[in-house]
Design a binder for this molecule. Structure first.
Ligand code: ATP
Length: 239
């Protein structure tokens, strides 16, 4: 059903100097889906996400969002259209409080009352952020900063949320919490493209998934199908 494809990536290639990190990748994300992009370290997952938002220039291919090619648009323009990325490493404003960071996430909006209401919604998803709302972001733990980065992205009311390795470097309890919230966000109607090295958790949540190896998509299918695939289990689930 072509009608509800929100993001379509075709023939995408990205090089760093002479090294081709992404070698012609095709995939799509439909309205309402949670799609996981999994693969080993260095497979090109993060590079693919960065190329979608133009953070990393591509040398071939096309990215369509809501049917239109989005090449050359700044992060600001994309956020206004509902395409919001939470980068690896998070990038919160370390010298601002949690509340100020969340307000920054709504910088494209000027509906003050609704912004306040959305901050409360973020606090409902992440009670920890509410407890610490006056704390400077830079003094928070890695997991708390990941929560904040996700909360800040939600303040822009995304249609499509791109998450780059949200569980990376977090404690097991924090990993549980982050995946729980990714699931909540999806259940609330946000379409999600999730890049993860934690293949098991990412595929459990996913409607569909893609496996990347050495810059190429080598497998795709329903989340459960990939989760039960012997090759995926052997290569990515430690079996
Ligand atoms: P990871 O989970 O480790 O982030 P990944 O699948 O996201 O892995 P990428 O980060 O996209 O992989 O990296 C793909 C390849 O491109 C790797 O070989 C990596 O070393 C290389 N690479 C990534 N960023 C750069 C950069 N800024 N300059 C040069 N090479 C890079």
């Amino acid at each position: 059903d072509e009608g509800n494809i929100l993001l379509a990536v075709s023939g995408l290639k990205v090089a760093y100097g002479g090294i081709q990190a992404v070698k012609g990748v095709d995939f799509e994300v439909r309205q309402g889906e949670l799609v996981s992009l999994i693969g080993a370290n260095g497979a090109g997952k993060s590079t693919t996400l960065k190329a979608i938002t133009g953070l990393q220039p591509s040398n071939a291919g096309e990215v369509r969002y809501m049917g239109r090619v989005i090449k050359g648009q700044g992060a600001w323009d994309l956020v206004k259209q509902g395409l919001v990325m939470v980068p690896e490493g998070r990038g919160t404003f370390t010298r601002m409080t949690i509340t100020e960071n969340l307000q920054m996430g709504a910088y494209i909006r000027n509906d003050k009352k609704e912004i306040e209401a959305d901050i409360e919604k973020v606090f409902a998803l992440f009670p920890r952020l509410k407890e610490r709302r006056k704390q400077l972001a830079g003094t928070m733990s890695g997991g708390e900063q990941q929560m904040l980065a996700m909360g800040r992205a939600l303040m822009a009311r995304p249609k499509l949320l791109l998450l780059d390795e949200p569980s990376m470097g977090l404690s097991p309890i924090m990993v549980d919490k982050i995946f729980e919230v990714v699931n909540d966000i999806h259940q609330q109607g946000v379409t999600v493209l999730l890049v993860e090295q934690n293949a098991s958790r990412a595929l459990q949540l996913a409607n569909r998934g893609y496996v990347m190896e050495s810059g190429e998509v080598t497998m795709s299918g329903a989340g459960e199908e990939l989760l039960n695939d012997p090759k995926v289990r052997a290569a990515y689930l430690g079996e």
